[in-house]
Ligand binder design. Structure first.
Ligand SMILES: [Zn+2]
Length: 395
């Protein structure tokens, strides 16, 4: 899919508008080494494409007010979707990444139940047309999708999502055939990380790790502001790093993966295996809300013990991430972080302080996500902005 901004000079100007503080025509011309005349011509082209707007500032220089350029927030819009907790989340974003429409469609009330990929994809395809009808302006011609598991980005395919048992899911083709728009996909935790780094808990950081915890675990890495995605877009599969070669068998088939002991699914399974006949929960899968209530009301309960074990594993993982990547912030996301925020941060701080290399950590360096369960779909929409506008955030 080619950009709607074909000329590389136009792309450079647009990137300056996105990346510079207070981008005026003069500052952009100076940054790009262009004459004012050449820059004015390029800016006018971007106005004709409805990509820019401008506002006068209070700053006066040489007796004239400064005019700041910014992305036009009322013309073009991007659609992002993401699948997590057996729920599809859809957003429509303006060119600043602000949400102008959002919707969630739950396809099963049990967040960790394994649903078929055919069912999930058909729900996506059936819902997208009504979501796109809510676009308040021109739609950028691409759909961004955050998906579970390992992906083949070129084929637009989920190769393998072990937590769901999905293999070779040709999700891009299904959407393209139904909607007639090209699709870009990325792992759902990576799109969450992208959103947190741009507009969430990681904003203004340069070196950030986002750790997504749901039925799977992913750590995605931002270095000097750039999103590192790996040689085939699958960087950061920490859930399948082996921490105990004699440990519990993981859904991927190996023994002792972190995902088998520290994911949302592992927490629920461990609690289930201990309770036996005195099952206190309303359904087969204990909800995170129920686990949190029991754990906080009864510190000696099985829920409190198993939650403490899970958080300890997450804390040790965070220590390893601090040691490996030396980030200035780790942002914890996913449903586990959203619900357990109150006890998660204090406990993580204690575990990390115990286990991290000295000088790599203080408590201000760990945060929970601010975009919560919308982050992944927002990040998928940001992927569309990056692709269609040729924004250069990803190296
Ligand atoms: Zn595994």
């Amino acid at each position: 899919m080619s950009s709607i901004v074909q000329n590389s000079n136009l792309q450079n100007v647009l990137n300056c508008v996105y990346k510079m503080e207070s981008p005026t025509r003069a500052r952009i011309a100076q940054r790009l080494g262009l004459s004012r005349t050449a820059l004015t011509s390029l800016v006018n082209e971007l106005f004709e494409l409805d990509l820019l707007s401008e506002k006068e500032t209070e700053e006066h220089k040489n007796g004239r007010p400064g005019v700041i350029l910014s992305p036009n927030t009322t013309s073009w819009f991007a659609c992002g979707a993401s699948f997590d907790q057996n729920t599809w989340s859809f957003v429509i974003l303006n060119l600043l990444g602000e949400v102008v429409y959002r919707r969630q469609v739950q396809i099963d009330p049990d967040p960790i139940k394994t649903v078929s990929s055919d069912y999930a994809v058909s729900c996506l395809v059936d819902t997208l047309p009504s979501v796109l009808q809510q676009c308040p302006g021109k739609l950028l011609p691409m759909i961004g999708i955050g998906v579970p598991g390992f992906i083949d980005k070129e084929q637009g395919m989920i190769e393998y999502a072990s937590d769901l048992g999905w293999r070779n899911v040709r999700i891009s083709k299904a959407v393209e055939d139904a909607i007639g728009l090209p699709v870009t996909i990325l792992n759902r935790h990576m799109t969450s990380g992208l959103a947190e780094s741009r507009i969430g808990a990681g904003i203004h950081t340069k070196d950030m790790v986002y750790l997504g915890i749901s039925t799977g675990l992913i750590a995605c890495n931002f270095s000097d502001g750039d999103f590192l995605i790996g040689s085939n877009y699958n960087l950061g599969e920490v859930g399948h790093t082996i921490i105990d070669p004699y440990g519990t068998r993981c859904t991927c088939g190996k023994k002792g993966c972190l995902q088998a002991v520290a994911s949302q699914t592992a927490l629920c399974n461990n609690i289930r295996s201990h309770y036996g006949d005195s099952w206190p929960f309303s359904s087969f899968t204990p909800s995170l809300e129920e686990i949190y209530d029991i754990a906080t009301n009864n510190p000696d309960s099985i829920c409190a013990k198993e939650l403490s074990v899970t958080i300890r594993y997450i804390g040790i993982l965070c220590s390893n991430l601090f040691n490996l990547f030396n980030p200035d912030r780790i942002v914890i996301g996913g449903p586990v972080s959203a619900l357990f925020k109150g006890i998660l941060l204090d406990e993580l701080e204690r575990v990390i302080t115990e286990s991290v290399v000295p000088h790599h950590f203080d408590k201000s360096m760990i945060k929970t996500s601010t975009l919560q369960n919308w982050g992944s779909s927002i990040g998928a929409g940001l992927l569309v902005l990056d692709n269609i506008l040729s924004l250069v955030f990803i190296k």
